[in-house]
Design a protein around this ligand. Sequence first.
Ligand SMILES: NC(=O)c1ccc[n+]([C@@H]2O[C@H](COP(=O)([O-])OP(=O)(O)OC[C@H]3O[C@@H](n4cnc5c(N)ncnc54)[C@H](OP(=O)(O)O)[C@@H]3O)[C@@H](O)[C@H]2O)c1
Length: 267
Amino acid sequence: MNHKIALVTGASSGIGLAICHELAQLKYNLLLVSNDEIGLNNAKIVLDTKYRLNCIVYCEDLSRQDAAKNIFDFCTKNNLDIEVLINNAGILVFSEIAFAKDTDVSKILQLHINTPTFLCNYFSKEMVKNKKGYILNVSSISAVMPYPFISLYGPSKTYMRYFTRALRTELNPHNVFVTCLMPGATATALYDPAKVNIQLAKKLRVMHTPEYVASCAMNSLFKNQALCISGIMNKLIIFIFPFIPNFIISLLYNYTSIFKKGEVSLS
Ligand SMILES: NC(=O)c1ccc[n+]([C@@H]2O[C@H](COP(=O)([O-])OP(=O)(O)OC[C@H]3O[C@@H](n4cnc5c(N)ncnc54)[C@H](OP(=O)(O)O)[C@@H]3O)[C@@H](O)[C@H]2O)c1
């Protein structure tokens, strides 16, 4: 296995898994990464059978400080030349900072900021040397919403949005394409089906399928587009939400139950 390899983080489910199917159709061999060994192996069986490709699984907790280095070392040791890097793994966390555990804060920042940044650092060096490469970083439409209760999630995705824009400018002259994906609500395991009526949301087109988002993302990446915002509704949200004044958010936060306050533990 020595050419056309794509590394996908968060490949065991949702948007990441759907991206793997898109890449497999483009004849990429795959390195699937997440911290769910069973989920990864199930994904491998389906992808291997459907597309007859080389598919390797690598189980790693991406919220660990040494995660990116471990993955890079694994690729070096096994002579895996990564042409496509998809930084997709993430978690949706609702919490107020004052009530969050420091270990949980660290976990989110590591997973959403440090690990993808170091993966870009390690793998872009190789892509520049090869004069070819593709990087997709997954942000979110909540990147434009610095709101309470997603005070860690939203701003961590804002970092990813702006980091990706700068990285793109640096890498484009080396023939490395860099795209930021900003999905809106997508029907994945990110949502608890006991709390969110996913079927209804899909019917009302408030939520997209991961397959739709993945297809938009791959289209944008291989066309070297800076940004991929899937769906008209999400494009509108990104335009309108930054104009909502903060006093309205404060009123909603302090005087309604729209935001559920308190401590949320990740473990
Ligand atoms: N769904 C949405 O509405 C939405 C909207 C905007 C942005 N996004 C972003 O899209 C990305 C993919 O999310 P999704 O909706 O597809 O959710 P998902 O189905 O829950 O997938 C998340 C993936 O990330 C992996 N992951 C989570 N924590 C990890 C960790 N500590 N170490 C290694 N892997 C980890 C998960 O693996 P395990 O199963 O092993 O934990 C899973 O493969 C995320 O970055 C999310 O923020 C999603």
